[in-house]
Design a protein around this ligand. Structure first.
Ligand code: SF4
Length: 253
């Protein structure tokens, strides 16, 4: 008997039941930095954040989670102001509008997000049974690719949810984009998007794709090349976070 059969018998079913049932492992991940609800008004050192994700305005301190690379400097140096956001599948794990990644949320964002949500639901009503995903790496450091690859393994097993990867844009409903948008990849990315049939959904996966990340001074992520529908912050976002976005894309969450 092969060693894999023996291992399978010993370990039993390892596949998560999420989203049908809660999964403690999904909630054990933390997301980008956020501002504590009871944040102190202490002065912040200059150059605290390497990606300029932290802003100070009249309304107080805000973190643009779309720029956060989870380096931990703000949480370590100002723990009474910053903390980590919780969970890989919670409300802040994916956003339907870029502005919604800025926390604490700005009040006028809510109406805009509601309108985007209604529009996305209308467009993707036909995708609920099964969905095909095309992934394009537009200059990633490779970390998001490891997390996407994990979705195909026994723990996440996205096929059980009717989600499949395809090599052809002609068969794809969802475009999963990683990377900061290097010059050499913007053309192929646009060609892939143009080759997909409607309705199509674009998910920007990871801080690099959302904002350019550490390269944000030179590259600004995916929004200038393809119209992004769902923004997933994180550097990289965990597999649960990517799965969460895919299920939002097809209207299953
Ligand atoms: S964790 Fe790092 S990148 Fe994120 S907001 Fe804090 S300092 Fe900036």
């Amino acid at each position: 008997m092969s060693i894999w059969v023996l291992r399978g018998l010993r370990e039993g079913v390892v596949t998560t039941r999420w989203p049908r049932r809660p999964d403690e492992y999904a909630d054990s991940w933390h997301g980008p930095a956020t501002v504590r609800p009871d944040a102190d008004r202490e002065p912040l050192p200059a150059n605290l954040c390497p990606t300029n994700a932290i802003r100070i305005s009249d309304g107080g301190v805000r973190v643009d989670q779309g720029k956060c690379i989870l380096c931990g400097r703000c949480v370590a140096r100002r723990p009474r102001v910053f903390t980590w956001s919780a969970g890989a599948t919670g409300p802040g794990a994916a956003a339907l509008a870029r502005q919604a990644l800025v926390v604490p949320e700005i009040a006028e964002t809510d109406a805009a997000v509601a309108a985007v949500r209604a529009s996305l639901a209308e467009r993707t009503a036909a995708l609920r049974r099964s969905v095909h995903v095309r992934h394009v790496d537009a200059g990633s450091d490779g970390s998001e690719e490891w997390e996407i690859q994990a979705l195909l393994g026994p723990v996440y097993d996205i096929h059980r949810l009717g989600i499949f990867f395809t090599a052809s844009p002609r068969h794809a409903d969802v475009l999963l984009v990683t990377g900061a948008g290097t010059a050499g990849m913007t053309g192929p990315l646009r060609t892939t998007y143009d080759g997909m049939p409607d309705p199509r959904v674009v998910i920007a996966v990871g801080t690099d794709a959302v904002s350019g990340g550490l390269l944000g001074d030179q590259l600004t992520g995916m929004a200038g090349t393809v119209p992004v529908d769902i923004w997933v912050p994180g550097s990289p976002p965990p597999p649960f976070g990517i799965l969460n976005a895919l299920l939002i894309a097809v209207g299953k969450l």
